[in-house]
Design a protein around this ligand. Structure first.
Ligand SMILES: C[S@@+](CC[C@H](N)C(=O)[O-])C[C@H]1O[C@@H](n2cnc3c(N)ncnc32)[C@H](O)[C@@H]1O
Length: 394
């Protein structure tokens, strides 16, 4: 899925090596800042880790993605789920007046994206009780037809796990792929000369097909041992850890809250949202989880508290963070300096890596860094530090 801050590249360039060296000694694997679940999936599916995996995140969509994989130990039958979910939603939506009106609108304005967007926004102002997507995001991130399809798919999600989690995760992945927005959902594309074509491409994606594709990708992905995923602040999850656990720590580096960038996915995961406002169609602040790590006045204390709590549990830690100064005021060098206070830092090349690549700025990387680097919109050349932290006295 489109996710900024994903560790995919790093897993193939050093992070995977550290994980592979430590997993055989771990009693459990814990990812308290799970995000898109990239690392969870690597450990559960690619490495086939045989012990429990626990995921946590402040945001529900992240937990749904993780639970869809670590919440089960066998693959699922796509055709059966398709019949009881996608086919049912298809039958229902085709009878909906809003769906019929959306199809007509697409035909009437197909040559003029500006007009199509304006008329779509107007149409999506008509109230719908089916789900939250039509009124909140229709005509902005999604075409009216896509929006009403998302709402019917949400309405028909199975009631019980694991199918509930798998279908919801497929819907989240499809939403991230269909959204007419650049990599995240802080702001949708506007129908300007330059960006209009991107709206056309995104709005042209068939949500049912996208959902089915995501379902097929998820179906064979499962854990070897059933794990757990919790919507929980890392502050609350870490006291539950035990000696022998291997903990992957990848906290935010942006001074802007993640919840500003992923509210569309969060709305799908929750199945509801209140009033939205602004160009980004943001739900109210109290519906968007706030992290101390994305608050420049709290981030250093949050880092120190996190390290103290981890050291107290005597767990092994793999910590990753951008090497240079990030927009939340922290840096890899600061992480290394503070880690040394509470942990033994291995100097071995394989235990202390700097990985180069293009990393997302999540809309807020350090300005000096951006100036000195080849800025390519939201992704810039950068270096990430990966540290292996061992409990002191071990
Ligand atoms: C850098 S991203 C993690 C990316 C992830 N490793 C991946 O591969 O996709 C940081 C994540 O931490 C979450 N987060 C922020 N503050 C948190 C906190 N205090 N406790 C738990 N999760 C938090 C954010 O919601 C975000 O998903």
């Amino acid at each position: 899925m489109k996710y900024m801050g994903s560790k995919r590249h790093m897993l193939e360039n050093g992070l995977g090596e550290i994980l592979r060296s430590q997993l055989p000694h771990a009693k459990r694997f814990i990812d308290p800042f799970a995000g898109s679940g990239g690392v969870i999936n690597y450990v559960a599916v690619e490495r086939k880790f045989k012990k429990p995996i626990i995921a946590g995140d402040l945001q529900k969509y992240s937990v749904v993605l993780a639970r869809a994989v670590i919440g089960r130990t066998a693959k699922v039958d796509v055709e059966r789920i398709k019949k009881s979910w996608i086919e049912l939603a298809k039958k229902e939506v085709e009878k909906s007046t809003l769906y019929i009106k959306s199809e007509l609108l697409d035909k009437d304005y197909s040559g003029d994206i500006k007009k199509q967007v304006m008329m779509s926004r107007k149409l999506c102002e008509s109230p719908s009780k089916t789900g939250p997507i039509w009124n909140a995001y229709g005509g902005h991130y999604f075409s009216p037809k896509q929006a009403i399809v998302f709402d019917y798919l949400l309405k028909n999600i199975p009631n019980s796990s694991p199918n509930k989690d798998i279908c919801l995760a497929a819907l989240i992945i499809a939403a991230s792929r269909c959204a007419a927005a650049p990599g995240h959902t802080a702001q949708p594309f506007q129908p300007t000369k330059g960006a209009g074509k991107f709206i056309k491409i995104s709005w042209g994606i068939d949500v049912f097909k996208s959902c089915e594709a995501a379902l097929k990708e998820l179906a064979p992905m499962h854990a070897q041992k059933k794990g757990e995923a919790h919507v929980m602040d890392a502050e609350k999850l870490i006291p539950k850890l035990k000696e022998g656990d291997l903990v992957f720590i990848d906290p935010p580096y942006s001074g802007v809250q993640y919840s500003r960038f992923y509210h569309v996915l969060e709305t799908i995961a929750r199945g509801k949202c209140g009033e939205v406002s602004g160009v980004g169609r943001y739900p109210a602040n109290n519906e968007r989880p706030q992290s101390k790590f994305s608050n420049t006045s709290q981030s250093l204390k949050a880092l120190d508290d996190l390290l103290v709590a981890l050291a107290k549990r005597r767990v092994m830690v793999i910590f990753t963070f951008p090497k240079g100064k990030a927009s939340n005021g922290l840096s890899g060098d600061k992480v290394a300096e503070y880690s040394q206070k509470y942990f033994k830092l291995s100097k071995r090349r394989t235990h202390r890596r700097v990985i180069s690549g293009k990393f997302s700025t999540l809309g807020g990387n350090n300005k000096k860094l951006q100036k000195n680097s080849k800025v390519k919109k939201s992704r810039i050349d950068s270096e990430e530090l990966v540290l292996l932290l061992k409990p002191k006295g071990k």
